[in-house]
Design a binder for this molecule. Sequence first.
Ligand code: SAH
Ligand code: SF4
Ligand code: F3S
Length: 467
Amino acid sequence: MVVTIGKTIDESKQGSAFESIKNKDSEKKFYIESYGCAMNFNDSEIVASILFDIGFGSTQFIEEANLILVNTCSVRDKAEQTIRNRLIHFKKLKSKNKESLVVIMGCMAERLKDQLLEEEKLVDIVIGPDAYRSLPQLIAEAQSGHRSVNVLLSREETYGDINPVRLDGNGVSSFVSIMRGCNNMCSFCVVPFTRGRERSRDAATIVREAKDLFDNGYREVTLLGQNVDSYLWQNDDGTKRVSFAQLLEMVALIHPKFRVRFSTSHPKDITDDVLQVMAKYDNICKYIHLPLQSGSSRILQMMNRTYTKEWYLHKVNRIREIIPNCSISTDIITGFCSETEEDHLETLDVIEKCRYDLAYMFEYSERPGTLAARRYPDDVPSEIKNRRLSEIIALQRQIGFELNQKEVGKVYEVLVEGPSKKNKEEYCGRADNNKMVIFPRENSSKCDFVKVKITECTSGTLKGVIV
Ligand code: SAH
Ligand code: SF4
Ligand code: F3S
């Protein structure tokens, strides 16, 4: 996923998106490109806020930027290669405009530390995910020709007091980070190394930020964390504690016409309390992203996911008992170390049993420094990883299509997002279950809730008419 913040700025957009014209006459301009997960995109908005505060304006034209920032992802090797190519491109641009500074921020900055600055000389500033407050100082240091690196991880930083600038927002739906870092040590995963220890953000600042979105016209918020179910905020003397279920309820109570979503849930941590709060409030979307990773209990153990195939299937049943019709999506890694054909068949079996509405599927990519890289050889040949991936994609596509066909004839409440990407005559928006629905506009407008009757489908989208 890549978005160039700035390219999609539409000044007529509602909500805090108008912030994008802040300091618009400033001579100092930044350009920012973001990769990776929603949390990383949200971090770009925090950095934008810090830059606005020191007088920078934003630009969509890289050539006119004094500061080029790349917010990076290390989750798979491919992501890092794409970013590396962009950095080489930026270095060439910089040779034309010697005054400009290139900043690498985010997970790849954290992982590679000063390598891209000292050894490869691709960037001027290296800044890790917990160090963004020091960006103004690092810019000043780099401008005076000094080494400019801060990759210190923190146990406390949540940027709770910084109001992100919704640069790339559609004015309808936005993200609020509720925690940072991750304490799980899934053996394949680089995130605990790049994002540090888990910490939860003060619930009051989360509710305030979400309410601010609602007051600025937004009608949907997604609460973000690597493992939202382990969210736990407590005050200094421990007399007040807020769990994820309680936080979800606090955000749901902001307004009945303010939809709430969240991501990501860990199968070992999602509790009945959370499911019951979801069932209780109509404005909490009936959709859960529940990464499986593998259907084989043996592989799950090597992955250090701390659940088995049976436990996972039991969780899915529990979700459907408490929230009938809950839509479920997942992440799957294929070709993890030592994965056999039998293990692969177990994954296909779980896909068939769970009937996911959506799945993100990846080939295993070994990440330096992780437990798996140290302990297990990456021994599944790439042709086999590739073939297994094609098989799970094909199965998932067929299931997705079958599930979508069952939607035909049903009526959904859709939050209108605006013109559809493919055909500007048509409008699009998401149903509560996260499915994208396309329909003729009629007299609907962005941010409206409309009832749409589904008339046809593909494996990816639903089409319908307003009723
Ligand atoms: N916190 C989330 C996921 C974070 S990363 C969770 O617990 O599931 C998003 C997804 O990337 C993961 O769910 C996983 O499927 C995939 N991923 C992570 N590391 C990977 C690796 N080394 N190779 C391939 N896919 C990986
Ligand atoms: Fe990575 Fe596991 Fe943490 Fe998700 S829960 S971020 S996969 S370590
Ligand atoms: Fe990537 Fe870092 Fe997110 S590695 S997935 S940007 S937490």
